[in-house]
Ligand binder design. Structure first.
Ligand code: NAD
Ligand code: MLT
Length: 309
């Protein structure tokens, strides 16, 4: 069977597919018509967040059995089109959760202590000690929007650092929040009470631009961290809110359009810390998700149950 891989995944996953006897073709720069050509004889397609798997891709791939997403978010895959074409979509919902939650904590600290800004100035030869007066996380309130796998791991870590937890998630039980020591509250309440607000929802029609000017004004001050999906936070509104001092700062790992364009408004605001979608970029996480997807593809080829379809 031919497996086309269009976003980089760990060698462990590629090796596992080859060991199972499949032909593995990696083509990480392919897009547009070249993607349609490359996928035309593929039996499986493996992506991360970089490849847009739309209706045209399914149309062009009559032999496709499964699309494997080596990670969590499937917002770059047209699930309805996959269903119409009888193609299974599988993701790896567990393997990068720890990595994403650790990155979220790192981003909260980076914003609260201006670490990237101070680092850049010191590397440039400037001893700017007097210019930075940070904020402690201890004793502050963490607002969590979306208390799923990543949100829960963030809650545990920041609870351990002495933060008070409030959470907004209309789809979880009070018991789940109680177990984490988080108070489950309404959305506005979560925004108003948070000193740090961290977003951990999927990108869906319901969550698109969930946080925009009005919501940032409700926060009043404090920091926003987004290591979930770019489209959940309105980038123009966030850039303006940090620029005009409505918010103290923000830390952003994900963008509405990736790779991000140099004129994205968030890149030019001093108190917005940014990383290029690195939440899942640890060797352990990448190995986990790549081998999980390899196993699921092999299962699909063997007409066995696909665990995370
Ligand atoms: P999950 O499905 O386990 O949890 C998502 C939670 O969001 C659920 O509890 C759900 O009830 C909640 N939710 C859905 N709609 C909501 C709404 N309108 N308001 C509030 N809550 C809502 O997902 P996860 O594994 O925790 O992943 C969370 C996000 O992080 C996803 O967008 C995922 O793609 C992203 N992610 C990013 C990286 C990265 O590299 N930056 C890595 C891993 C995951
Ligand atoms: C995910 O949803 O798992 C993230 O986008 C991680 C990634 O693949 O970079």
């Amino acid at each position: 069977m031919k497996v086309l891989v269009t976003d980089p995944i760990a060698d462990a996953g590629l090796g596992r597919l080859r060991e199972a006897g499949h032909e593995v073709v990696t083509d990480y720069d392919v897009e547009g018509d070249a993607l349609l050509e490359a996928v035309s004889d593929a039996n499986a397609l493996v992506v991360r967040s970089g490849t847009e798997v739309n209706e045209a891709v399914f149309e062009a791939a009559p032999n496709l059995v499964i699309v494997g997403r080596a990670g969590i978010g499937v917002d770059n895959i047209d699930i309805d089109a996959a269903t119409d074409h009888g193609v299974v979509v599988a993701n790896a919902p567990e393997g990068n959760v720890r990595a994403a939650s650790e990155h979220t904590v790192a981003m909260a600290f980076a914003a609260a202590r201006s670490i990237p800004q101070a680092h850049a100035r010191l590397k440039g030869g400037e001893w700017a000690k007097g210019d930075y007066l940070g904020t402690e996380l201890n004793g502050k309130t963490l607002g969590i929007v979306g208390l799923g796998r990543v949100g829960q791991e963030v809650a545990k870590r920041l609870d351990g650092l002495g933060m008070d937890l409030v959470a907004y998630d209309p789809y979880i039980s009070q018991e789940r929040a109680d177990r984490l020591g988080a108070e489950l509250v309404e959305f506005e309440d979560c925004l108003e009470r948070a000193d740090f607000l961290t977003v951990h929802t999927p990108l869906t029609p319901e969550t698109e631009d969930l946080i925009s000017t009005e919501e940032l004004e409700l926060m009043g001050d404090g920091y926003l961290v987004n290591c979930a999906r770019g489209g959940v936070v309105d980038e123009d509104a966030l850039a303006a809110a940090v620029e005009d001092g409505t918010l103290d700062g923000a830390a952003i790992d994900v963008f509405a359009d990736e790779p991000v364009s140099p004129d994205n408004p968030l890149l030019s605001v001093e108190d917005v810390v940014v990383t290029p979608h690195l939440g899942a970029s640890t060797s352990a996480a990448q190995e986990n998700v790549a081998t999980s997807i390899a196993d699921q593809i092999d299962a699909a080829f063997n007409e066995e149950p696909v665990m995370n379809a």
